[in-house]
Design a protein around this ligand. Sequence first.
Ligand SMILES: *[C@@H]1O[C@H](CO)[C@@H](O)[C@H](O)[C@H]1NC(C)=O
Ligand SMILES: *[C@@H]1O[C@H](CO)[C@@H](O)[C@H](O)[C@H]1NC(C)=O
Ligand SMILES: *[C@@H]1O[C@H](CO)[C@@H](O)[C@H](O)[C@H]1NC(C)=O
Ligand SMILES: *[C@@H]1O[C@H](CO)[C@@H](O)[C@H](O)[C@H]1NC(C)=O
Ligand SMILES: *[C@@H]1O[C@H](CO)[C@@H](O)[C@H](O)[C@H]1NC(C)=O
Ligand SMILES: *[C@@H]1O[C@H](CO)[C@@H](O)[C@H](O)[C@H]1NC(C)=O
Ligand SMILES: *[C@@H]1O[C@H](CO)[C@@H](O)[C@H](O)[C@H]1NC(C)=O
Ligand SMILES: *[C@@H]1O[C@H](CO)[C@@H](O)[C@H](O)[C@H]1NC(C)=O
Length: 902
Amino acid sequence: MEGRLNHTPFTATIGWPQPPHLFFFFVVLFFCKVQPFGTLFVQAQSQEGFISVDCGFEGGSRYQDNSTGLEYSPDSQFINTGENRNVSENRFSKRYGTLRSFPNGTRNCYRLSPVQSGNKYLIRAGFLYGNYDGQGSSPIFDLHIGVNFWTTVKMGSAGRFVSDIITVSQGDLIQVCLVNTGTGTPFISVLELRPLLNFMYPFANASQSLVNQERWNYGTGNQVRYPDDPYDRIWDAVTNDFLVLNTTNEVEVKAGDVFLVPSKVLRTAVSDTRPNLDMTIRAVSQSPGARIYIVMHFAELVKLNSANESRQLNIFGLNGQVLLFPNYIAPYLTADHKEIMNVALGGSGSYNISINVSSSSTHSYMINALESFIVRQMNESQTDDRDVSAIEDIKRVFRLTGNWEADPCSPKEYTWKGVSCSGYGDSRPARIISLNLSSTGLDGKIPTSIGNLTALASLDLSNNYLIGPIPDILGELPYLQFINLSGNEDIGVVPENICQKMLEGILSLSINGEPKQCKSGHNNNNKQKIIIPIIIVVIILLMMLLVVFVWLIKRKRKKYSSQGFSNEQCITRSRTTEENSWKRKSVQFTYAEILQITQKFNHEIGKGGFGIVYLGNLTDGTKVAVKVLSSSSSQGSKEFQSEVLLLSRVHHKNLVCLLGYCEDIQHLSLVYEYMDNGTLRDHLSGDIHNSKLLSWSKRVNIALQAAQGLDYLHNGCRPPIIHRDIKSNNILLNCELVAKIADFGLSRAFSNDYATHITTGLAGTLGYLDPECLNSKLSQKSDVYSFGIVLLEIITGQPPHSNSTKRTHIVEWVHSKFQSGDIKNIIDPMLKEDIDINIARKIIEVAISCTSKTSEERMTMSNTVIHLKQCLEVIESHKSSMQKSNGTLDFESSAPTAPSDR
Ligand SMILES: *[C@@H]1O[C@H](CO)[C@@H](O)[C@H](O)[C@H]1NC(C)=O
Ligand SMILES: *[C@@H]1O[C@H](CO)[C@@H](O)[C@H](O)[C@H]1NC(C)=O
Ligand SMILES: *[C@@H]1O[C@H](CO)[C@@H](O)[C@H](O)[C@H]1NC(C)=O
Ligand SMILES: *[C@@H]1O[C@H](CO)[C@@H](O)[C@H](O)[C@H]1NC(C)=O
Ligand SMILES: *[C@@H]1O[C@H](CO)[C@@H](O)[C@H](O)[C@H]1NC(C)=O
Ligand SMILES: *[C@@H]1O[C@H](CO)[C@@H](O)[C@H](O)[C@H]1NC(C)=O
Ligand SMILES: *[C@@H]1O[C@H](CO)[C@@H](O)[C@H](O)[C@H]1NC(C)=O
Ligand SMILES: *[C@@H]1O[C@H](CO)[C@@H](O)[C@H](O)[C@H]1NC(C)=O
């Protein structure tokens, strides 16, 4: 027994209680009894629903424990990792003679089933080191219940550790996981699961479990467990030097009692002959920072003469400092309970209770039983059930091992290799959003179960030995944006729905060589053999027609006409195939036309990095923005044209559409779609006169749209386009407040010749400039940095450089506030609405990642899109359900619990 017991009548030093394991040398078979339960009579449970596992036991069948009659089974049906070992010394019962140890893997889990989702269970794990490995030193490791921390396993002086937890099952399976924390090989000797009734221990619920610290049965020398306790709680015996009170009468349990303490436990108690003494109980020890829950069980066992006898208890908590229950009188031969809930322990990690009696009492203190627990928050999100079954199937098909054990997403530090998830710390289940099995030697077909990962945004199966076909179902995944199958031999044709999404610019697919022609529909092979050549012929004919058509149009345009190039055409053009779009050319305007469109540069609407922007009207009335590039270019007209052609090929709903250009050597100009609502900067600073303030969800939406546009430049274009000058002035809003990125491609095309306007001599604008770019070359990550600054502007409403002397740069300012946990004051004070702090924190985390000093630390635009999308989803769902979160997160220290021996 460990030094955990501190029951002190006055100041006497108390010896240890007798060893709890007194063997009853008889076999108790199917012991049934009827327990009084108010007016109800509930038959005590048989072993129904019990799971009793003797870990490492290799016998073929169950065996019965001599003292309890419980049947223990071998563990092979609950786990398939680890190895069986025998302990060299065991003075406990047979089940401690063998163990299963786990030299491989960080997390190994027992899967206990069947259990019922939402039901309450008591689960107990026992560990006897017994020098099984000859090392002579016992390991320390963690125990998890599902995805949540249970306790740290640390053998006591007897070399043994036992812990039980009262928990609510989240599914039809409870996993008990042993986690290697780098301090020795985990092992386990015994694992027991006992169903409780759901009304028992109401303080345990789906979001918090109770880890037992002490379970004392006072006034007896014998431990009580099954069958006396039908729920098989183990009540350890305590007598010490106390006066023992006992009775042969049954102690009654009132209707509505939620603890159902067995009569055998309540029939004994401790007291003293002298009334004026204190009893001190150390109910919890060595658990600094923990939140605790204590239940004291009482039943008066002495028939007191009401005329002249009394026992009025004063129960003090908090190490004697607070009188919790004054003048308490326990009912005669009836179970009663006093609870101390949710106390947070300070640095000492101990909680003492003192019991004395009021001055008028003729009898001394008394207590029958006590239980104490550490309250564990169950706040890790389990992974969505369907994701789990899909990824388990993928694991099976590809025979994946490594850390692919237990929950795929949670806890975060043990997420499966190659798997990324969203939704940590949410009440909702975690979802798998990315799967990267690149270069893992996979072979065979691509399993269709990937299609069940419905939150998947990115799939990388590159550099394996996979063969086609690509399952159609991948094209139906609503969030899937990237598929990388390059470096696989024979992937075959691309399903039509995937082709369609690629054309729409919402999915990018990498496979060896050029994407093969799209598979059409679900035709069978015979039909395909005929249909494919026909389609090819038709396509060729169509393309020839198109070429002729385009040529005709171009000739016409050259003559004179600029009609018909409305925004709408821009949008429809963005849906055309890449092959087709490269043949299309932006409209070429003459200088005379530009003069007419802009009415001789009559209406200036802005001054960008590359020149002045004028408002213009096409002949059909469509408003356009004409950017006249400043100063003449030494760049040849041919190069200008090729750059413009390149840019006109880039179409995305979040990129400002280039409608045409004028090649006049003195007046190089670009004609863009007109964006009614101006720049994002104007809206954040409130510069636009009567602009309404952008709401929180609008802002997140704008951030997401800008991220999508940028992501398309980085990942949807070949070669990738680096913007080099992302800032809130380059993010424009149209009449529906859809954000589009402007000026993309210009830095690269013109920086040689228009360097004068660029603040840094390189590219970009001060305040948005990647701190790395001065010593290394610009990359996509430089855009990510600038985007991060824009995101911070959106969150805070502040420009990157405030004129106030208090702050230097927005990144440092936000960083210091974030580290001090001051999320509320980061957010734009103009936003009056209630903002979910958790979501705000997530978005700030994204921005902080984007603005990391080194580019390696920054997330990619693709990941930014994924994160923002999820945040927006949550915001929208909150908005629609009008549910507001109070935003309190409860972090609990994972202090090791005091070991207790059972
Ligand atoms: C149980 O008791 C029987 C006799 O009472 C004995 O033969 C047997 O070995 C015991 N089993 C265990 C596991 O101790
Ligand atoms: C642990 O890994 C080693 C090396 O991969 C292997 O030989 C051994 O069998 C594994 N042990 C168990 C229990 O899985
Ligand atoms: C009650 O306690 C006394 C003193 O310990 C003991 O001798 C006696 O056997 C006990 N009676 C019962 C019914 O447990
Ligand atoms: C995938 O989902 C379907 C329909 O929901 C289900 O029938 C199937 O069992 C799932 N497959 C896997 C491997 O989870
Ligand atoms: C565009 O046309 C509108 C009316 O159709 C006119 O009011 C406006 O001044 C024109 N602007 C320019 C720049 O041509
Ligand atoms: C955006 O533009 C539309 C049309 O020009 C206008 O009705 C709307 O008020 C503008 N929104 C904001 C926030 O300025
Ligand atoms: C900062 O700018 C705001 C608005 O532009 C102005 O009102 C304020 O006086 C400026 N503060 C300083 C210290 O320059
Ligand atoms: C936040 O919680 C408090 C009590 O904890 C409650 O009174 C209040 O209504 C809650 N606020 C919201 C917005 O749910």
